[in-house]
Design a protein around this ligand. Structure first.
Ligand code: NAP
Length: 529
């Protein structure tokens, strides 16, 4: 990662404990308290044994890495019985005992409070709705002009990925505006210019947590490995640290990502972040839960992105986000990869090239098992997006393609586009087949006992390739083995498409082995859970 003069962003792990005693006995937090680059958020309103003495003991253990918070009940605080004055009393004590940050809601009067050497976070939480750009900017301007906050934290709840765009817009503006003119714009007077910390909760807001350092924000919140977070959408500190390398993200780190819906279980962030880590290449790859048209997403987020993967259900609709299309993606009618084709300049959005790396990745996998595909007879089960990419991919290398699909008409449409024949179940024993490729989701988690073909339908001796890779060993592959068939696991296509994406984006050879090892380890871990 590149070096900047700013301190690297920290990971603030939210303590979830019901008492000071419980927190102080927690080995995970004891270890984190002494680790550079980590902060511990002490939610004082959670503690049922909070007294001056217990808080002082906690501060002995956690200062100076403590962020002290006593949340107001109207902003999610647990103690309705405590007055503003009492809350302020405990926050003052935390500061006196060396807390490095103190978080106080904008609504709380701070009369008599002295932040001493701590940095003051003035916060605003909106738990049930997103904030518009004008609302967000209004909060920022109002708090900045008072000149007392070191950090202005605004947390909101998006209902769509598009609800997070105001946060992106304001962070981008603040980052690109010279500090001097920010001061002028704010009040015309010299003020203590704060740092933003704008977070969006839930899965739509994941990018705001992962990319905080990219926008110069001082830290992000994460959760313990052993407990749910203190706000929806918090990732574990280990995910932040090891998967996203949060502490190494700088304001110039290139950003890549994947768009899909759902996206939570995608292995693409693991695949690509492993590659960046292995190559010691500056870059972070972020999952975006995208519930809108991909073209709208790309228009809003394109200026900060270097490359994008596209997954279900956006592979076809993402064509509209591309100003340029690779000829084979055009023929397939679907893209899984967007490559930045031009830089953005003032007022202009960057242009994007759409590619399909699923097609060559599937053909590569089949070739590795069958040798040249020229003249080979390949039967594809399914006629959706994956079947389409595989059909074009193997056809381009000289294979003859047959299609078998639940909805015959859909198979006929694909057959017409790619130049293939459509067969029925009853033809299976009659036609010569070299390989069968499952391109349906049948057999995928959680329906692991399902197979698109019965054992008796599998012609003995053919190669059987299942593009389903979760589970790694599917029912279809088990049945094929019983019939004496060679088998090929779908993970090879997933790795192959990712390797090609990485190489297009970075212009460097991808570390295929490390990527494959990471994905196989994760699949194994998920199997045992
Ligand atoms: P899709 O566009 O939704 O197409 C699904 C296809 O499967 C359709 O042809 C559909 O038939 C058929 N199908 C669905 N449920 C079925 C059932 N219960 N019985 C029989 N046929 C059924 O999805 P896709 O994008 O093509 O993806 C399909 C699968 O490919 C994914 O689930 C994934 O496991 C796999 N895939 C793997 C990789 C990889 O890297 N290994 C990459 C992409 C996809 P109808 O036309 O009758 O609806």
């Amino acid at each position: 990662m590149q070096k900047t003069t700013k301190p690297p962003p920290a990971i603030c792990v939210a303590a979830h404990h019901k008492s000071v005693r419980e927190l102080m006995a927690d080995n995970e937090f004891r270890a984190l308290a002494n680790q550079p680059g980590f902060l511990i958020e002490l939610r004082l309103d959670f503690f049922n044994d909070l007294t001056d003495a217990s808080l002082s003991r906690a501060m002995d253990q956690f200062a100076p890495n403590a962020v002290a918070t006593f949340r107001h009940p109207a902003e999610g605080g647990m103690r309705k019985d405590v007055s503003d004055a009492e809350r302020l009393h405990f926050l003052q004590l935390a500061v006196n005992r060396g807390a490095s940050f103190v978080d106080i809601e904008a609504r709380t009067p701070r009369d008599g409070f002295n932040k001493r050497a701590a940095r003051l976070i003035v916060s605003h939480h909106e738990f049930s709705r997103p904030l518009s750009y004008d609302e967000l900017r209004g909060i920022w301007l109002k708090q900045s002009s008072q000149g007392v906050a070191d950090v202005i934290k605004v947390v909101s709840m998006p209902k769509s990925i598009l609800d997070t765009v105001p946060v992106l817009r304001l962070l981008d503006e603040l980052q690109n505006m010279p500090r001097a003119s920010q001061v002028e714009r704010i009040s015309g007077a010299k003020v203590n210019l704060p740092t933003p910390l704008f977070l969006c909760m839930g899965e739509f807001g994941a990018w705001t947590r992962i990319l905080a350092g990219r926008f110069g924000e001082p830290f992000t919140f994460a959760r313990s490995e052993n407990a749910p977070g203190t706000a929806p959408g918090q990732l574990t500190w280990r995910e932040m640290d090891e998967l996203y390398r949060f502490r190494a993200i700088t304001e110039t780190t290139p950003i890549y990502g994947v768009i899909g819906n759902p996206i939570a279980h995608s292995l693409s962030p693991l695949l690509h972040n492993t590659a960046f880590k292995e190559m010691q290449e500056d870059g972070v790859y972020v999952p975006f839960l995208v519930d809108c048209n991909p073209a709208e997403f790309v228009r809003a987020f394109g200026t900060i992105l270097k490359g994008l993967s596209v997954t279900i259900p956006h592979k076809e609709s993402a064509l509209a986000a591309c100003q340029h299309l690779d000829p084979s993606a055009k023929a397939i009618g679907a893209v899984n990869t967007l490559v930045r084709a031009s830089e953005s300049s003032a007022g202009l959005h960057p242009e994007w090239l759409g590619l399909n790396t699923d097609a060559p990745a599937a053909a590569d996998a089949l070739e590795s098992a069958l040798g040249s595909l020229s003249g080979k007879q390949i039967l594809i089960l399914g006629a959706g997006g994956a079947a389409r990419a595989i059909a074009f991919g193997v056809k381009e290398r000289g294979a003859t393609v047959m299609l078998l699909n639940r909805t015959r008409e859909r198979a006929q449409n694909l057959a017409r586009d790619v130049g293939a024949t459509v067969i029925a179940d009853s033809d299976l024993a009659k036609v010569k087949i070299d390989a069968i490729v499952n391109a349906t989701p049948v057999g995928m988690q959680p329906n692991v006992d399902a197979s698109p073909l019965e054992e008796s339908q599998i012609p003995p001796g053919v190669l059987v390739y299942d593009t389903v890779y979760n589970p790694q060993r599917t029912k279809l592959l088990e049945l094929a083995e019983k019939r004496g068939c060679r088998t090929l696991e779908g993970v090879s296509m997933f790795i192959g498409q990712g390797v090609r994406q990485f190489e297009r984006w970075t212009g460097k050879n991808a570390p295929r082995e490390a990527m494959e090892r990471a994905v196989l380890d994760e699949l194994k871990k998920r199997r045992s859970q």
